[in-house]
Each structure stands twice: as structure tokens, then as C-alpha cells.
Design a protein around this ligand. Structure first.
Ligand code: SF4
Length: 557
């Protein structure tokens, strides 16, 4: 399939567009128009009024949101940038509604978190992002655990320009931080995976635009994550999200099983419900869930303001009743359903056949999830020359290039290798996930990305691990790298050494997993100094391989 096959691309687009129309049409009542009375004109203010009426005291963040809606503060963002200033305190939080994060004192700069629904990018967009990163930022992007990219080292004066130029590319980073719905994630192999039950792309696109165009949904009590797993080789970790859709078969019909309240940083996976949602109803069901949360989430204590805490207080049956009242329709229920085949562990790297005969995709490994502008342009060239011009970001902090004819894959591999990148990794390196760490995030106790790279080098030089494992390093309790679902999960910790020395280190957890391996990792050694960590992990892996190589690492630990 040639990259410049315009009519083919256009047909694909039209197909996707029509599927999006179907996704919006659905079979349930109109969004927000149910028996619950629908959302009032300003749902956030109504929820705050209700909290005050109950004798609650709004948090300073809620008060600031109430004083002036953060989406109405763009002119302030521009004016501050023109003065060469960064926002601080609550202003820093409010600026995140526009996708800009001041990340001082670690970096005296903005970070911009993009919004790339499902992680699907065109090569035109990737080249444009490379130019923005080079001309307005540090010259690279980081792939995040939400099929997304971040640009760092943006001077204050360049902040608005980054947002405007992203807009020119069709990338609108509204609400990518703070109390908003984050980038929607789904399988990066959607539409090409032989094992998928539902192609999630049109649903993700429709949901993305519904969120962007619904002002009420920028008034949540706290952040909110949504993920759709349509089935297939690459895990999307949907059960770590506030709303988790997992494709199942009921009779002969492919539907999404609804899960709610995943937040692994608080040691909770999404709770399975008996509700199943037709693909065409996903947007409406999400809207109803969001509105129930919006009206009932805690506005007085940010530590308790996530969906999980509404579910803890109400229980699932009451919450689902409220969702049905909001929808004005009953959710479909089905106890028995057949799940899709489980994903391949480390299915996000390597060369794999697509469901389209003769086509393959290649999962490219990105060391510490960072791509220089030069490599972004190089990868875009590979996708144009050998594929269809499609780039697919994964939640595993790497990317796929799809639609490469099998006979041209060796050339594509050579072109990837010429960029200094590969598509194979050891069973240690293939599942290595690290958050930004203290090189770019003020909350981090340790330099996670550097330590991840050092740990992989150390282990690969000393042991050949025979089964894929996942190692997650996260810098603080925000758990951006989801340490509780790693086979080995590390969370940054300051470790005392001697009387007045403090060194970087980690709390060491083992045995976590998601999906069919769903389990919260358990703490086995708190406060391991960084220079003692690598041998300790090596010993753990050696013990597993010597004592019980037939078991998975999770079962061994
Ligand atoms: Fe920063 Fe903590 Fe997220 Fe790491 S987990 S990027 S340290 S907020």
C-alpha cells in the first residue's frame, strides 16, 4: 500500500467517518437528556452549590474554577506569556486546561501534553510535532502511557505558539491535565489486528470530539481516564481506567463490558459490572457516567475526588441506577460473555501480520520513550515509504508503523535500523516503563528514566530472561507509570544513608499485572537505595529462573 495512495486514504477516512456517525447515533437516549433531568447549564457550579449547601468547604482549586472557568482564561495565558512569565500555584493548575504545565523548579519551562485520541497520528502530524519540538521546545518528545506525546523545555513566551501550531495540525490539547478527561486510549492495532472484536477507532474519535465540544465536561472534580479495549495483541490496560470498556462476545454480538473506577495508584482496578454497551452507545454511556460523577464527586477534598470514592460510598448498583436515570434508558445487562483472546505480552514490539492479507506492522522500540525531532521525521519517512503513512502510539511508550507489505518489511526494518532504532528487545527491556522522573517532574523522588535504562543495561549484561516481564518505575504516588501493575514495580523513595545523607531509591514491589494477570503488586522491600537496586532485582530474577522457570514471574512471586 503506497503512502501516496490518496484515494485509498480517503476511502479509509470516509469509512471511519461513517463509523463515527454510527458511534454518535447509537440506540440510547440523547446525551444528558435522561430522567435525571439532564445537566443544568453550568453543571460544575451546580455541583459546587450542592457541596456548599451540605455544609462543605470548597477546595481552593474548586473556588478558582468557580471564580472564572479555566477555559475562559486563555487570554490570561497569552498575556502572561507575553510578559515572559510562568503561572504558579493555582494559576499553574488552571493553565493545564489548555494543555500547558509549568514544571518548575525541576525545569523552568512549560511541558505541553498533547491529545492524540487512541494514539493515531498521520506522518504530516508527526513531522509538524517534530518542528514544534525543535523550534519551541527541547527538540524531542516523550511517549506517555496514554498513547500520547509530551513536548518539554518550552519557554514561557512560546507556550501559546505551541498550542496554536498544534491546532494547525488538528491536535487540540484542551484538558490534558488537571481536573479533566485525559487522552482516550485504545488498542494501537485497532483495525489491523486479526484478533480484535471491535475496531475502536471511530468510537474513540467520536468520544474525543464529544468531550472537546462539551463544556460541562471540563468541570469535573478531578482527573478522569477512559480506555477501550477492542481485543487484539497489544494490551491497553483498560482496567486501570475510571471507565474501562472491554470487548466481549454476547451470543454472536460484539459488545463492550463496562468496568468502573480503576485507579491503580490507589490500588484499585476497574470494577466489573454486568452492563454491556453496544459500540454505538459508548459516547452516550460515557457522557452519562461523567455527568453523574460531575454532580456527585467530592469538591471539598481532592484526595477523595476520584470516581472510585463515589463508587466506594454508593456501591455499583446505586451508581448504575443513577447512570440509567441520566441516560433515560436501561443499560443492557449480560452475565455471560466470551472475552477476546488475551493480548500477547510484549506484543507491542516486533513484526506481526495484520488482518489485511499480505500486510504487517512493526513495533519500534523507543529507548526511555524519547524520540528526537530527527527520529520523528525519520520514522515519518519510513511510514510514508513503506506503509500507509500511519503512526500508532502505544500505552507501552513506543510506536507501531502499520500497513507494510510483507515483501517490503526487510527494507522498512533496515530504514528503522538506520535511525539507530530497533524492533526487538530482551524480555526485560521490552516491558520497561518509566515516568518522567526527577529530571522533569518536581514530584519525583528518583531519576526514573535514567535508572530504568541503567537497570536494563545491568540485567541484559548478566541474565537472559526466558519469559517477558514488565518493569514499571514511577517517581511518586501519582503513579503515572503504574508501578502496582508491574511484575516488578518500583516507586521512588528517598533513602537515608548515614546520619545526614539521603540518596535516591525505590520501594520494591513484585507480582503485579493487568487484564488476565490482574493483580496489585505487593511491597517486598521498602527504601532500596538506587545503587543496591540492580543486584537485588538480578537476584530475584535468578531465583525465579533457577527455582521455577516453568512458572510466570508473577506466579513465582
Ligand atoms: Fe511526576 Fe509522579 Fe507522574 Fe512520575 S509519577 S511523572 S514523578 S507525577
Amino acid at each position: 500500500m503506497a503512502g501516496n495512495d490518496f484515494s485509498g486514504e480517503q476511502q479509509e477516512y470516509l469509512k471511519g467517518f461513517m463509523a463515527g456517525v454510527e458511534a454518535r447515533r447509537g440506540s440510547l437516549a440523547p446525551a444528558g437528556g435522561g430522567q435525571g433531568g439532564g445537566a443544568p447549564p453550568d453543571a460544575m457550579r451546580a455541583a459546587q452549590d450542592a457541596a456548599i449547601a451540605k455544609g462543605g468547604k470548597l477546595t481552593p482549586e474548586e473556588k478558582a474554577k468557580r471564580d472564572k472557568h479555566p477555559l475562559d482564561r486563555w487570554d490570561e495565558v497569552v498575556a502572561r506569556a507575553e510578559q515572559g512569565k510562568f503561572p504558579h500555584g493555582v494559576d499553574n493548575l488552571l493553565t493545564r486546561w489548555h494543555g500547558l504545565f509549568y514544571v518548575g523548579p525541576t525545569q523552568d519551562a512549560f511541558m505541553c501534553r498533547l491529545r492524540i485520541p487512541g494514539g493515531f497520528l498521520s506522518t504530516h502530524q508527526l513531522r509538524g510535532i517534530a518542528a514544534i519540538a525543535e523550534e519551541c521546545g527541547g527538540g524531542w518528545t516523550d511517549v506517555t502511557t496514554r498513547n500520547n506525546l509530551q513536548i518539554r523545555m518550552i519557554p514561557s513566551a512560546k507556550g501559546p505558539e505551541v498550542i496554536e501550531r498544534l491546532g494547525d495540525l488538528g491536535i487540540i490539547p484542551k484538558g490534558t491535565g488537571a481536573d479533566n478527561i485525559r487522552n482516550i486510549t485504545c488498542n494501537p492495532t485497532s483495525g489491523i489486528d486479526p484478533g480484535e472484536l471491535i475496531d475502536a477507532r471511530p468510537i474513540v474519535r467520536a468520544l474525543h470530539h464529544h468531550i472537546l465540544n462539551t463544556r460541562d465536561l471540563f468541570g469535573l472534580p478531578r482527573k478522569f481516564n477512559i480506555s477501550l479495549d477492542g481485543g487484539g495483541r497489544v494490551a491497553v490496560l483498560e482496567d486501570t481506567n475510571d471507565i474501562a470498556f472491554t470487548a466481549v462476545k454476547v451470543g454472536g454480538e460484539a459488545l463492550f463490558r463496562l468496568g468502573l473506577g480503576g485507579i491503580t495508584g490507589h490500588r484499585d482496578f476497574a470494577r466489573g459490572t454486568d452492563a454491556v454497551v453496544p459500540p454505538g452507545d459508548v459516547v452516550k454511556v460515557c457522557d452519562a457516567i461523567l455527568r453523574v460523577f460531575l454532580a456527585n464527586g467530592d469538591r471539598t477534598d481532592r484526595r477523595k475526588a476520584r470516581l472510585k470514592y463515589v463508587l466506594d460510598a454508593w456501591g455499583l448498583p446505586r451508581f448504575l441506577e443513577a447512570v440509567e436515570a441520566q441516560l433515560g434508558a436501561k443499560l443492557r445487562r449480560a452475565e455471560d460473555a466470551t472475552p477476546a483472546a488475551p493480548p500477547l505480552k510484549h506484543g507491542h514490539i516486533g513484526v506481526h501480520d495484520q488482518k489485511q492479507p499480505g500486510l504487517q506492522y512493526i513495533g519500534v522500540v523507543l529507548p526511555v520513550a524519547r524520540i528526537t525531532a530527527e527520529r520523528m521525521r525519520g520514522l515519518a519517512d519510513v511510514a510514508d515509504r513503506f506503509g500507509s503513512g500511519a503512526i500508532r502510539l502505544t500505552v507501552w511508550q513506543n510506536l507501531l508503523i502499520s500497513d507494510v507489505p510483507r515483501e517490503r518489511m526487510p527494507e522498512a526494518q533496515a530504514a528503522v535500523a538506520a535511525l539507530g532504532l530497533g524492533w526487538e528487545a530482551s524480555h526485560v527491556r521490552g516491558g520497561l516503563v518509566a515516568c518522567t522522573g526527577n529530571a522533569g517532574c518536581k514530584f519525583a523522588a528518583s531519576d526514573t528514566k535514567r535508572h530504568a535504562a541503567e537497570l536494563a543495561d545491568y540485567l541484559d549484561a548478566r541474565i537472559t530472561v526466558t519469559k517477558p516481564i514488565n518493569i514499571h518505575l514511577t517517581g511518586c504516588h501519582n503513579s503515572c507509570a503504574q508501578h502496582y501493575i508491574g511484575d516488578i514495580g518500583l516507586i521512588g523513595a528517598k533513602v537515608e544513608r548515614g546520619e545526614d545523607e539521603e540518596v535516591e531509591g525505590y520501594d520494591l514491589h513484585v507480582g503485579g499485572g493487568a487484564g488476565v494477570e490482574r493483580r496489585i503488586a505487593r511491597l517486598v522491600r521498602p527504601k532500596v537505595a538506587h545503587d543496591e537496586l540492580n543486584p537485588m532485582v538480578l537476584n530475584l530474577l535468578r531465583a525465579w529462573q533457577e527455582e521455577a522457570p516453568e512458572l510466570s514471574f508473577q506466579d513465582f512471586t
